[in-house]
Structure formats: C-alpha cells, structure tokens
Write a protein of this length. Sequence first.
Length: 191
Amino acid sequence: MRTSTALLAIPLVLALSAGVGAMGHGKGKPQPIPCPTDVGAALAAACPCSGATQPGASVAGWRNHGQYVKCMVHLRNTLRKSGCLTDDERRTIARCAAHSTCGKDTVLCCHYDLGTCNDPMPGDMVLAGTCSNHPTVPCDVNADCTTSTSGIVHEATACTSDGGVVVDGGGSVCSPCPPPPTTTTTTTTLP
C-alpha cells in the first residue's frame, strides 16, 4: 500500500513542480494544474522546509525565509487559480509559511500539557473518563488529555530551559506538535 501511494505521489510532485516552474518564479500568471487530493502534502512536497528540491532529488537549503515563503505563495497562487483551495485555505497557506522556521536560523518549540484520564477501563475505545487538565474533555486514555502549543524561538536552549521540546527539522506553528517524548526508558536485553 505504501509503495502504491509513493508511486502516485511522484507524478503529483512532478506536476506541481512543473506548475511552479511554469510560473517563472514571479513572472507572469500561474497556469492551472490538476488539484491534488492532499493539498498539505502537495505543498510540503513542492516546498519542503529543509530546502528547495534540485534536479537529481538533492535538496539545497533555502537562502532565507523569504525564499521559502515565495515558493509557498507561488504554489498557493497556482492552486488558487486551479480552483483547488477554499478561501480559508488560501489565507492559511501564506500565514503558516510566514510563521515557520523554514529558511531561518530558529527552532520550533512545543510545550505539552500532559493530563491524565480517569477512565475506569482505559483502552476500550469508550470515552468514559475526563481529563485532569481539562475536566470537560471526555477521554479513554491519557493521550486523549495531551494538549500542546508551539512557538518559534531563537535557540534550542531557550526552548528546553522553559520546559519545551525542540521539533527536529523545524516547521510551522500551524502544524500540530508531534507526540510528546516519553519520559520512561526501557532496557532491552539481547539474546
């Protein structure tokens, strides 16, 4: 299943890259392209936070944050012209690109509020408990009670000294934080 999904994603990325390339990076009007089934994945593939995809599939880091935002806005305009975006999506794409670490010397920092769930039978897929940190939120397991916020900070130590977790690879404050790291360690004995 993953292989077929990956094979379907390749023509989509090529079509998006061709659409971005046809725009001339700001010269002329964007030409319509077929609408992707997952706009977020298409944006991430065409304008990855790590840098611009070069011929031969190598990645060159963004020269600056503006270059990343420019890539996203050009693709957004192409998708808008193609009728692929709602008004909310159109506004959100540029805002989220602007509020990202892509092309910046900054880090994305997540803070977690780890509540506990008082469900009498955790894991049974029935929301029979409530969260300790949000008493009006129903839950089944402790993970249902975890909330997070993210922000951009200038250095990793500023994030961790405040109890935050640095997100590897950075990203946008619009993206959900990854699951919090576990605080327990396990020891595996090899045979």
